[in-house]
Each structure stands twice: as C-alpha cells, then as structure tokens.
Ligand binder design. Structure first.
Ligand code: IPE
Ligand code: IPE
Ligand code: MG
Length: 241
C-alpha cells in the first residue's frame, strides 16, 4: 500500500504546521476509559507526529496542549494534565536531543505550577542548540491573552516615548506576540471533528490553510499527518491576490 508520505512534494513543504490536538476525552470515554487515559494516549501521538515532522523536514510544529480556558476544567483533570506534562518533558528530553529537536513554549507560562515551569525551562535550555525541527508547545495559551498582553506592552512603550503610534504596523504587532521570530503557520490541523479555532493563534492564521479531521488526537498517526500535508499541497494559496 502506498503511503501519503511518498506522495508529498518535498520541495513544497509547509514551513510551519500548527495542531489543535483535540478529542482525548471523547476517544477515551467512547472506549469505556477515564478521560485521563485519553490524555496519556495522546502523548504517543505527540511523540509520533514530532518524529514524523522531523523526518520530512518541517521547520516548526506548534502543538496546542493547554488553553487558558482549560484552567477551568475540574481540578483533578488539570492536575493530571500538569503531571503528564512534567513527566513527558523529562522523559522526552534525550529523544529530542537525539533527533535534533529544539523545544520552545508559548503562553502564559507564569500560571504553570512551579515544578512544571522549571522542568519546561530546563528542557528548553537543554535543547536550545538543536538546529532541526522547532517543537513549540502552546501551554496556558490563548490568542486573546496574547493580543491583550501585546497591546499593553505597546501602550507602555508609547507612554514612555520609546515608540510612536505611527510605528505600529503588522510587523511590529507580530513582534510583540509570544510567537515573535516564529513564521506564521502554513497549515493548521484540528482533530476530533470540531470545526472551530478555540482561541488559537488568531492573528497568525490570517492566511493559514485549515484542515479538519474527525480522527481523535490519540488515534492520529503519522499517516494521518502525511495525508494532511498531501491535502495542503493541493490547495491554491492566493493571499488575496
Ligand atoms: C484535548 O482533548 C486535550 C486538551 C484540551 C488538554 P480534550 O480533553 O479536549 O478531549 P475532548 O475534546 O473533551 O474529547
Ligand atoms: C482546544 O480544545 C484546546 C486544546 C486542544 C489544548 P478544547 O477542547 O479546550 O476546545 P473547545 O472547548 O472544544 O472549544
Ligand atoms: Mg476538546
């Protein structure tokens, strides 16, 4: 059986792929398991898709792992997700280094529990010299939080005469976002059948191609990822021109 991987045009790869990893809870409950089990299984997908992205030479892979709104979930689920985050980051650091993957994080990281923040920073430091795929984790992230923060910082600079109102343009705004220095995504994938953005990268996806699949995140495998890239390559991107 031929794989979507063989059908991908290697000269026309998306530089940046962002993924809303959704459906862990439903995947688990449909199988009679606890929602938390779905989150654990989701880690296998993270590992697979990171490997797949590195394998074919994607520049940036951004994974929406925890939204600002997700803090409002039951405390037991929040705690389980944070614990999973810490364990995964610790366990995966050697593999990231082996695969030349650099870890980055975007979001309101000050809200992460102390040990999660520390372990995250340690992994970011230990992988910072890697030159392959940049794996960007969106943690405690929401676009409205990001844009609000950017706006406050821009206003502060204007108030202290470091910036003129006339200097504000697309590029300047992009440089005040947490995604500063990261190119806008070319392709955004959302799993689990929901067709919404849920406060993710609102500014950055102005001209991003959207791809929705019914597959839940814990069932999402390399072949699904390669298929999304294959479908992306069939799109005509016009950028309004
Ligand atoms: C995505 O799966 C993971 C996170 C949001 C942390 P969900 O937990 O949202 O699973 P569903 O959407 O309820 O099935
Ligand atoms: C979006 O999924 C956030 C993440 C995948 C981390 P949600 O499950 O939180 O989004 P809604 O509630 O379905 O919009
Ligand atoms: Mg969900």
């Amino acid at each position: 059986m031929s794989s979507f991987k063989d059908k991908i045009d290697k000269s026309n790869l998306p530089k940046h792929i962002a993924i809303i990893m959704d459906g862990n809870g439903r995947w688990a409950t449909e199988r009679g398991y606890d929602r938390i089990f779905g989150h654990h299984e989701g880690v296998t997908s993270v590992r697979e898709i990171t490997e797949a992205a590195a394998e074919i030479g994607i520049g940036y892979l951004t994974l929406y792992a925890f939204s600002t709104e997700n803090w409002s979930r039951p405390q037991t689920e929040v705690d389980a997700l944070m614990e999973l985050l810490i364990d995964t980051i610790e366990n995966e650091t050697p593999t990231l280094n082996k695969n030349n993957v650099r870890l980055m994080a975007i979001g309101d990281l000050s809200r992460l529990p102390g040990n999660a923040g520390q372990k995250l920073n340690r992994c970011i430091d230990q992988t910072s010299a890697n030159t392959g795929l940049a794996l960007v984790l969106a943690l405690s992230y929401s676009s409205r939080w990001e844009i609000t923060t950017a706006l406050k910082n821009i206003c502060k600079e204007i108030k202290s005469d470091k910036l003129n109102i006339e200097d504000i343009n697309d590029e300047l705004i992009s440089n005040y976002l947490t995604t500063k220095n990261i190119p806008d995504p070319d392709l955004l994938i959302r799993t689990s059948g929901e067709q919404r953005i849920s406060n993710f990268l609102l500014w950055q996806i102005a001209y991003t191609e959207l791809y929705f699949t019914k597959t839940h995140w814990p069932a999402f495998r390399k072949e699904n990822f390669f298929q999304a890239i294959f479908e992306f390559q069939k799109r005509e991107r016009r950028f309004g021109k």
